[in-house]
Design a binder for this molecule. Structure first.
Ligand code: FE2
Length: 199
């Protein structure tokens, strides 16, 4: 019997999550999340499991789409396929109390990493990491990144979190010009670009 791409993708995702659960079982540290990052990058190498027929380039006025493809029963692991036009950017932000890993199937993004300074609410730039096929970035809970897509190729990336967007808790975003931080919780309106394809 021929197994569909969707079923093969589901199996590959579940296997990846099992391996990541093992990596992060003891403690979430730089070392353990780096091991988890390698597992997400291996999934990205299986490019045939993420065809554009299932994860199209945004059209009709939309510039980005998140396809929610996996969430485990106790909401500890949540995987999205991110499809976006070139030119997307996000100002510095964290993901509440969730860790995050982003890896690329197609297209290039620059992830600028920041840390919050002790003496003010400003975010201080640390370094830039290029996320393109063969590379990835990981953030510990509370880690801060800004995103800027690069090049002309639409993005097809995997975003993997310890919790889905809805339950990541209060998120902090930083205005680098004013040095101000703002705290917000994503609600349904903010999440309207997410398409639930978990089954
Ligand atoms: Fe982010």
């Amino acid at each position: 019997m021929k197994i569909s791409i969707k079923e093969r993708r589901k199996q590959a995702i579940v296997a990846m999550v099992d391996r990541v659960r093992h990596c992060l079982n003891e403690e979430i540290t730089i070392a353990s999340i780096e091991l988890a990052k390698v597992e997400l990058m291996k999934l990205c190498e299986q490019q045939a499991l993420f065809p554009r027929e299932d994860f199209p380039v945004p059209s009709e006025g939309q510039s980005e789409l998140f396809f929610h493809v996996y969430e485990d029963p106790i909401q500890e692991y949540s995987l999205y396929v991110y499809s976006a036009l070139p030119g997307q950017s996000y100002r510095p932000h964290n993901h509440g109390n969730s860790w995050a890993i982003v890896a690329a199937i197609e297209g290039t993004e620059i992830h600028s990493l920041y840390r919050q300074t002790e003496y003010s609410s400003a975010a201080e730039w640390i370094t830039d990491i290029i996320v393109e096929p063969g590379t990835a970035v990981s953030l510990l809970p509370g880690g801060i990144h800004a995103i800027q897509s690069a090049g002309d190729c639409p993005l097809l990336h995997l975003h993997f979190y310890g919790k889905s967007f809805e339950i990541q808790g209060e998120r902090t975003e930083f205005d680098v010009r004013t040095g101000q931080a703002c705290h917000l919780t994503l609600d349904d309106n903010d999440l309207s670009y997410i398409i639930d394809v978990i089954s």
